[in-house]
Design a protein around this ligand. Sequence first.
Ligand SMILES: C[S@@+](CC[C@H](N)C(=O)[O-])C[C@H]1O[C@@H](n2cnc3c(N)ncnc32)[C@H](O)[C@@H]1O
Length: 402
Amino acid sequence: MDLFNYDNQDKELYNQVLLGDNLRVMNTLSLNCIDFIYIDPPYNTNNKFSYNDSNKIWADDISERIRIAKKLLKDKGVICISIDDNELVTLLNICFNIFGKENYVGIFITHQSQRSNAKYINIIHEYVVVFAKNKNLLNNFYIKRLSSPDDKEMIKSIITKVKNAFLRDRNTAQNILKNLLNQYAISRNITWIKNYTNIDEEGRIFFAKDLSTPGQPAPLSIDEINLYLPALKTRRWSTKEKFIYLYKQNRLCFKKGRPYEKQYLEEAVDNIPSILNFYSRQGTNDLKKLGLYGYFDTPKPVELIKFLIRAMMHQDATILDFYAGSGTTAQAVYEINQEDKINHRFILIQSKEPVAPTSDVYKKLTQVGYVNPSVSDILILRLHRYLKIHNLPIDFEIKEYE
Ligand SMILES: C[S@@+](CC[C@H](N)C(=O)[O-])C[C@H]1O[C@@H](n2cnc3c(N)ncnc32)[C@H](O)[C@@H]1O
């Protein structure tokens, strides 16, 4: 059943919400078309069987799906899997088998809400396991500091204060910048920020990056941009092509006659640490902001998924989540597309798992007209709410599979 009519559009370009068992649905998708997969599989809570039986069933189910997931990925593709302590080892073994040890990328650690009744270790973290289809082809991971939860407030504050002062006069702006850099370097115990000491003619803050590299000293003459650089004492200059490129981008600057590359603060990037400051309860707050508090028990934080996508996908990407739950991955894609002016596309798969009739959510949904509500109804409700609040058109199609 298609709920929305996109007859005039190219359906392949649209975001998709596919309802049904993920094994069945994944088998209908084209191979080698997905750039990024995020999944948060249900944890192993099947207590109908003995631990060994249920563990084997869980492992077999996940293996079968991850095997298909690998085929759906492009050669440059990557998969991120949220998992807790109970199943980490099982999951790693499954992934080593399917992707090969050579395609293991790493594990992130994220925070989980505190459990107080632990008998031995109070486990307050979870994992995100990352494998590449072919690690040799994988993009580098990095994040714009302006999108990083650790740095964004600081950077925004520096940029705004300096820009405002710059509109009045340049010297004041320069003094304010100097003070702010010192202040943050001390209070946050960071050194990188101290490089951003320059302000350009538009009031933008930049780091003047040296353009020499290790190598045999030699002069460099670049007729195309009318530049002659005498030999340095112990190093050589960057390549001619790099100088021409920087010149064309208006990113060359000179200090005492020596050339530097302008690297703007708003574009500063950072590599990705293995411990991430996301807490599982943030996911619950994300739903609360949409008026859906308590509609789903274990939503992942939108910011966590945004962080993973941003770190790994630097160009338009097709993003698949085949255990979509409340649809956090779709919201992450919408937010990135809006904030970063990029055009990712999502495909979500979610079974029509019924909402427990005894739950409050069941009551709420039936009161507003849902009959036998399912998790997929919550997902769709969430996306509609998000798009409505942000004045965005409904741009996903829904397909049901038997
Ligand atoms: C842990 S939740 C995912 C939560 C999600 N990351 C979020 O932030 O809302 C796992 C979801 O996978 C769904 N699911 C479990 N088995 C499935 C299957 N075989 N096919 C499709 N969905 C399935 C469950 O209904 C559940 O909503």
